[in-house]
Design a protein around this ligand. Structure first.
Ligand code: B1M
Length: 211
C-alpha cells in the first residue's frame, strides 16, 4: 500500500481527524480513487480499531475518536462518491436500529445510495420500529433499510418488520438489512427482502428491489 494510504489508515487508528483531513485531501489531489481511499485506508483502519478493542488495548473513548476521524474523512470524500442524478431512483428510509449507536456504515450506505440517485430519508441511529413505520406511512418510501452492528440489536430488525406487518404496510415496502454481524441467512429468517454485506452491494440490492 502507498505511504499516503498507510498514513490515512494510521491516522484513523490514532483518531486524528486533523491528519485524516489533510491526508485524504492530499490523496484526492494526487489522483487516488476515492473508493480506494475509503476501502484500503479508512475502512481498513476501522477494522484495526475493532481488533484493538477486542484485544483489550482500545476502549470506548478510543473507538469514539476513531469514529470522529472516520466521519471527517467521509465528509471530504462525499462529493466525490456522490454524484446524484436529477431523477430519483426511489425513496429509501435508512436507520441504525433501536439500541445501536453505530452509524458510520449506515451513513456510508446512505451516501452510496444517494450517489446512485436514491432519495434518502436518514432516520439516524437508535431508531425505534415505529419511526420506520412512520416513514412508510408518511413519506411513502419504497425501501426500509436497516443497519445493525451489534449482535444484541439484530433482533430489533425482526421487531421492526413485525411492526410494519402490524401497521398493515409491510406489502408496500421492500426491507433491506446489513451490518457486520448479519448474514443472508439471518435476513431470510426475519423475512427481510434482501441483505447486503457492504455499501456497493447495498446499491445493487436497492436497485434490484425497486426494479
Ligand atoms: Co462499537 N462495537 N461498540 N463502537 N464498534 C463494534 C461493532 C465491535 C465489533 C467491536 C469489537 O468488539 N471488535 C463490537 C460488537 C460486538 C458484537 O456485538 N458482535 C462493538 C461493541 C461491543 C460496542 C459497545 C457495546 C462497547 C461498549 O460500550 N462496551 C458499544 C455499543 C454502543 C451502542 O451502540 N449501544 C460500542 C460503541 C461504539 C462507539 C460509539 C464508540 C463507536 C461507534 C461510533 C459511530 O458509529 N458513530 C464504535 C465503533 C467505531 C466500533 C468499530 C470499531 C467500528 C465500526 C465501524 O464504523 N466500522 C466496530 C469494530 C468493527 O467493525 N470492526 C465496533 C466501519 C464501517 C464502514 O463498517 O459499520 O461494518 P460497518 O458497515 C459496513 C458493512 O457492515 C455494511 O456496509 C458498510 C460499508 O461497507 N453495512 C450495511 C452496514 N450497514 C448496512 C446496511 C445495509 C447494507 C450494508 O443495508 C441497509
Amino acid at each position: 500500500m502507498s505511504d499516503l494510504l498507510n498514513e490515512i489508515k494510521e491516522a484513523i487508528i490514532d483518531g486524528s481527524a486533523k491528519i485524516v483531513s489533510e491526508k485524504v485531501t492530499a490523496a484526492l489531489e494526487e489522483g487516488f480513487d476515492p473508493e480506494q481511499i475509503l476501502n484500503d485506508a479508512m475502512i481498513a483502519g476501522m477494522a484495526e480499531v475493532g481488533q484493538l478493542f477486542e484485544d483489550g488495548e482500545y476502549f470506548v473513548p478510543e473507538m469514539l475518536v476513531a469514529a470522529r476521524a472516520m466521519t471527517t474523512g467521509m465528509q471530504i470524500l462525499k462529493p466525490r462518491l456522490v454524484q446524484a442524478d436529477v431523477k430519483a431512483a426511489g425513496k429509501v428510509a435508512i436507520g441504525t436500529v433501536q439500541g445501536d449507536l453505530h452509524d458510520i456504515g449506515k451513513n456510508l450506505v446512505g451516501m452510496m445510495l444517494e450517489g446512485a440517485s436514491f432519495e434518502i430519508i436518514d432516520l439516524g441511529a437508535d431508531v425505534p420500529p415505529e419511526k420506520f413505520v412512520e416513514a412508510v406511512q408518511k413519506d411513502h418510501v419504497q425501501i426500509v433499510a436497516m443497519s445493525a452492528l451489534l449482535t444484541t440489536t439484530m433482533p430489533s430488525m425482526k421487531t421492526t418488520i413485525e411492526a410494519l406487518e402490524a401497521a398493515g404496510v409491510r406489502d408496500q415496502v421492500k426491507v433491506m438489512v446489513g451490518g457486520a454481524p448479519l448474514s443472508d441467512q439471518y435476513a431470510r429468517e426475519i423475512h427481510a427482502d434482501g441483505y447486503a454485506p457492504d455499501a456497493n452491494k447495498a446499491v445493487a440490492l436497492a436497485k434490484s428491489l425497486v426494479s
